[in-house]
Design a protein around this ligand. Structure first.
Ligand SMILES: *[C@@H]1O[C@H](CO)[C@@H](O)[C@H](O)[C@H]1NC(C)=O
Length: 244
């Protein structure tokens, strides 16, 4: 028997859905991918936060990691904290940590330039930056302003699909609002590249890697499945950060 035209069409649809990732080329994070949080000037926590993944500050010193009650490792190359399932690194710890951090921070800079430098967005200034309530398909999104999330927003696509959100202003999500994933969308494939400050409101739920040109603040009870890669400081207030 020959397959019918419609069965061929269904097979092609199935193949294109299951085999081809939609959305932009992945942003190369380099060694920054090994960290849940990286910052240049400091990382603070109001206890008790819960971080799954490593954190690092450079060129800021170990004294720029505040609120963690750190215990230095016997070899002096990292520290631990009851708030971190992973290790804390600072530029003033023993070798090879300073060089590892210089490389990771450089990779954050490269990733920021890569993500913010992508041309030909699929969507420009969608909803004038008020994206609550939208369902966002894979793609490159660009805003020449800030972006605010005032009600739940859904990122929908397959596990291999990708999203880049280029934001020229700040990024905020309001109290108790959420970024929701649908269809298998992975937080590892979502990148927010933000020129302004980032603030996740109290009890909010966020997803994806944030590349921030300045500071990132997680207010009380907020959480992110993703990474915080800031070019100034990261401030956690009883927050949860889980590296994907
Ligand atoms: C981003 O990185 C990818 C992979 O290394 C590269 O192919 C692409 O040209 C880069 N894009 C920009 C805008 O830097």
């Amino acid at each position: 028997m020959f397959p019918t035209i419609s069965s061929i069409a269904i097979a092609i649809l199935f193949l294109s859905n299951s085999c081809l990732a939609a959305g932009p080329l992945a942003v190369p994070l380099g060694t920054a991918a090994n960290f849940a949080i990286l910052a240049e000037s400091g990382i603070s926590t109001v206890p008790s936060s819960a971080i799954t993944g490593n954190i690092g500050v450079s060129p800021g010193p170990a004294t720029a990691l505040t609120g963690f009650t750190l215990a230095l490792s016997p070899d002096g190359t990292y520290a631990t904290s009851t708030q971190i399932t992973g290790k804390a690194y600072a530029s003033t710890y023993g070798s090879p940590t300073p060089a590892t951090l210089i490389a990771a921070i450089a990779d954050v800079g490269t990733a920021y330039k890569n993500a913010s430098g992508r041309a030909n967005p699929d969507h420009t200034n969608l909803a004038t930056g008020a994206i609550g309530g939208l369902i966002l398909a894979p793609g490159l999104y660009k805003w020449t302003t800030g972006v605010s999330i005032g009600s739940p927003v859904t990122i929908s696509g397959l596990a291999t699909d990708t999203w880049i959100f280029q934001i020229a202003g700040g990024l905020t999500i309001a109290h108790a609002q959420a970024v929701i994933l649908a269809g298998g969308a992975s937080p590892a494939n979502i990148v927010w590249v933000v020129a302004g400050t980032v603030s996740l409101g109290t009890n909010s739920v966020f997803k994806g890697t944030i590349l921030g040109a300045t500071s990132i603040t997680l207010q009380t009870g907020s959480s992110i499945n993703g990474r915080l890669l800031a070019q100034t400081a990261v401030a956690l207030q009883v927050a949860t950060v889980t590296k994907p």
